[in-house]
Design a protein around this ligand. Structure first.
Ligand SMILES: Nc1ncnc2c1ncn2[C@@H]1O[C@H](COP(=O)(O)OP(=O)(O)OP(=O)(O)O)[C@@H](O)[C@H]1O
Ligand SMILES: [Mg+2]
Length: 212
């Protein structure tokens, strides 16, 4: 009954990776979950179906009309909906923001991505204005490289936006990039690096549950 949406028109910021991990995480906690894939590449729906031990259902809603018309019916049937938003298509993103309870904006700490985070925030603020409040929203830094100045600068810059920034930072790690190909999530992989990433995702998702 709660719709979380990962939105940012900027490509490659980790919407699909985070959506799949969050849907899996919620399901493992005993919730009924549907992952709604609104990205034409269909990567998140293919990925979640490839996991051997998941009870997450999948729905593919690719147009703005489908999102507006069908998301409420799907929402009635599950504890949580996780929407993987598309790159580029702001019309579909707008439709998602008109139906979501919580909008989460992943942002890479690079100059280009930080600039387009402002556009992603603008769409959220417009939806909040039209809907007179919702969706709740938060930004988080994804694919950050440890120890770089850019990461600190990004935190400073994003802190000034109208949307709160989550404390958890998801760092760039090869094990995360490997998960799709391995038909896995970070919780399934062994090694120190995977367990560090798993801890980051756990923390991020706990923060998300507090803002719903
Ligand atoms: N923390 C991470 N560390 C390393 N690689 C990552 C991380 N998060 C995502 N990636 C990789 O970055 C690429 C983009 O991630 P993803 O597909 O999740 O982004 P997206 O926002 O859904 O992209 P698009 O806008 O194209 O749909 C993928 O190759 C993914 O494996
Ligand atoms: Mg994607």
């Amino acid at each position: 009954m709660t719709v979380f949406a990962f939105t940012n028109q900027k490509g490659g910021c980790s919407k699909s990776t985070t959506s799949v991990h969050f849907a899996y995480w919620l399901s493992r906690k005993g919730n009924t979950v549907c992952l709604v894939d609104s990205d034409a590449q269909l990567s998140s729906s293919i990925w979640i179906k490839s996991l051997s031990d998941t009870a997450v259902d999948v729905s593919i809603l690719q147009s703005a009309d489908e999102v507006i018309d069908q998301l409420p019916d799907i929402n009635d049937k599950y504890d949580y909906i996780v929407v993987d938003g598309p790159a580029g298509l702001s019309e579909v993103t707008r439709a998602i923001l008109f139906r979501a309870d919580v909008s989460v904006i992943p942002c890479q700490p690079t100059g280009v991505d930080l600039r387009s985070a402002a556009d992603a925030v603008k769409l959220v603020r417009q939806a909040q204005s039209v809907r007179n409040g919702p969706p709740a929203a938060a930004l988080f830094l994804s694919r950050a490289v440890k120890g770089t100045k850019l990461k600190d600068e990004a935190i400073t810059l994003l802190s000034k936006s109208n949307v709160p920034i989550l404390k958890t930072v998801i760092h760039q790690k090869q094990c995360v990039a490997d998960t799709f190909g391995q038909r896995a999530t970070v919780w399934d992989l062994s090694g120190k690096s995977a367990s560090e990433s798993a801890k980051e995702f756990d923390q991020l998702f706990q923060e998300l549950m507090e803002i719903k």
